[in-house]
Design a protein around this ligand. Structure first.
Ligand SMILES: Cc1cc2nc3c(=O)[nH]c(=O)nc-3n(C[C@H](O)[C@H](O)[C@H](O)COP(=O)(O)O)c2cc1C
Length: 192
């Protein structure tokens, strides 16, 4: 079994989503002997914005890297994503990764009956961290975006572990992180 672990926080060791995504991966590792894990830190090792030369294949090096990122996603049985809220959405580094994995004919296709996801054979678990309190309210363009995107790619096994209100006070932060850690300690299906 293959697990792909992606982090995108720019806050390094102070990152809540990094802490939570690592805890989710550790839980899978404890459960699945011989689990193969690949990791990409999109802050330390970012992908460039998707551009015309990459799309057209004119920049062969960039096109090859895009293909490698797509294949790594396709090969994964489990994807664990550290996804902070930045400006009500996701970090641009994570968006650049998504631009490599949402590819017509590979992870989705358009049919006469509408779009069809082609990447349904995997679970995606998102460690979501946000400074304010958004709940499922109208200021949240982070979790609904990821939910729609992965649904569009055919993924039904999508779960979120959320820690929010992290910027309100140190007490809020420690309580929110403790609740998220407790959710991860339970079977993740219950935590969703
Ligand atoms: C560039 C930037 C933009 C942010 N935008 C928002 C925002 O729109 N709403 C919010 O609630 N928190 C926002 N925050 C706070 C982060 O969501 C919060 O620090 C969270 O813990 C980030 O995840 P991390 O700890 O894994 O880096 C922002 C933080 C940064 C650095």
């Amino acid at each position: 079994m293959k697990l792909l672990h992606i982090d995108s926080s720019a806050l390094g060791a102070n990152s809540a989503s990094r802490e939570l995504s690592a805890a989710i991966v550790a839980r899978w590792q404890a459960q699945v002997p011989g689990l193969s894990i690949e990791y990409r830190d999109l802050d330390a090792d970012p992908l460039p914005h998707l551009d015309g030369a990459t799309l057209a294949g004119a920049d062969t090096g960039a096109a090859a890297e895009s293909e490698r990122v797509l294949q790594q996603f396709l090969d994964a049985d489990i994807v664990v994503l550290g996804a902070p809220m930045y400006n009500f959405s996701i970090p641009s580094t994570l968006k650049a990764w998504i631009d490599r994995i949402a590819v017509a004919g590979r992870t989705f296709r358009y049919t006469a009956d509408g779009p069809e996801g082609l990447a349904g054979n995997k679970q995606v678990i998102v460690a979501s961290a946000r400074g304010g309190l958004h709940g499922d309210g109208p200021s949240d363009f982070q979790e609904p975006y990821l939910r729609f995107l992965f649904g569009f790619l055919g993924i039904t096994g999508l779960q979120f572990v959320r820690a929010e209100g992290l910027g309100l006070s140190p007490q809020h932060r420690s309580e929110a992180l403790a609740a998220a850690r407790a959710a991860i300690a339970k079977p993740l299906a219950e935590a969703a």
